[in-house]
Design a protein. Structure first.
Length: 191
C-alpha cells in the first residue's frame, strides 16, 4: 500500500524534477476541482478549459508558491478567480438541462438500483437548480464549501473576505435553499 504523501512533499518532489509527484497531486484534486468548476460555470466544455487553465497556472506558480495556507485553498482560489473571470467575460445564460445523457445511460444499465439512483439524481438536480437561484456571492461560498471541502476560514482567505462575511453568506444561502424547497415542496423537515 502506497504511503500518502503531503501536498507540500509532492510539490517539493515535483520542483526537484519528479514529474510523477505532480501527477499524484493532479489525481488527488482532479475530481473535486473539476466538480467545483463545472458547477460554477455550468457547461462541460468551458469547465474542461478552465480546469486545464487552472493547472497551467498552478504549474507556472509552483516555483513561487509559499505555503502560507493549504495548497488546496491556493488551488481552489486560482480556480475560483478563473471562474469569476469566465462568467464576467461570457455573461452566460443559465443552464436549464442538468440531466446529462451519460447519467441517463447509467440508470438504464443497472436495473436493480434504478429507483434509488433516480431519487438521488433527482435530489442532486434539484439542489443544483436551487443553488443556481442563489445570489452570486452565496452561490460562490456554497460551491466552494461543497466541492473543495475547505474550512470556512480558508474560503474566506480565497475570497479575500472576513470570516464572518463568509459565514453570513453561507447562513443566508441555507435559508434561501430552505425557502426554495418550501416553495417547491411545501413544508420541509428540519434536519
Amino acid at each position: 500500500m502506497e504511503k500518502i504523501q503531503s501536498d507540500a512533499h509532492l510539490i517539493q518532489s515535483y520542483l526537484s524534477g519528479r514529474e510523477r509527484a505532480f501527477e499524484k497531486l493532479l489525481k488527488r484534486y482532479e475530481r473535486p476541482l473539476f466538480s467545483f468548476i463545472f458547477r460554477f460555470v455550468g457547461d462541460r466544455q468551458s469547465a474542461e478549459d478552465l480546469f486545464q487553465q487552472t493547472w497551467f497556472k498552478v504549474i507556472q506558480g509552483l516555483p513561487r508558491y509559499k505555503e502560507r495556507g493549504s495548497f488546496s485553498s491556493w488551488l481552489f482560489g486560482i480556480a475560483n478567480n478563473g471562474c469569476i473571470d469566465f462568467v464576467r467575460k461570457h455573461n452566460r445564460a443559465k443552464r436549464n438541462d442538468l440531466v446529462s445523457g451519460e447519467g441517463m445511460e447509467q440508470l438504464k444499465s443497472d436495473e436493480h438500483n434504478q429507483m434509488d439512483r433516480l431519487l438521488r439524481k433527482e435530489k442532486t438536480i434539484w439542489l443544483e437548480k436551487a443553488i443556481e437561484q442563489l445570489p452570486p456571492d452565496q452561490k460562490q461560498v456554497v460551491l466552494l464549501r461543497i466541492y473543495s471541502e475547505l474550512p470556512f476560514k480558508e474560503i474566506a482567505r480565497i475570497l479575500n473576505d472576513p470570516l464572518n462575511t463568509v459565514l453570513g453568506r453561507m447562513h443566508y444561502a441555507v435559508q434561501n435553499l430552505k425557502k426554495i424547497a418550501k416553495e417547491e415542496y411545501g413544508e420541509v423537515e428540519n434536519r
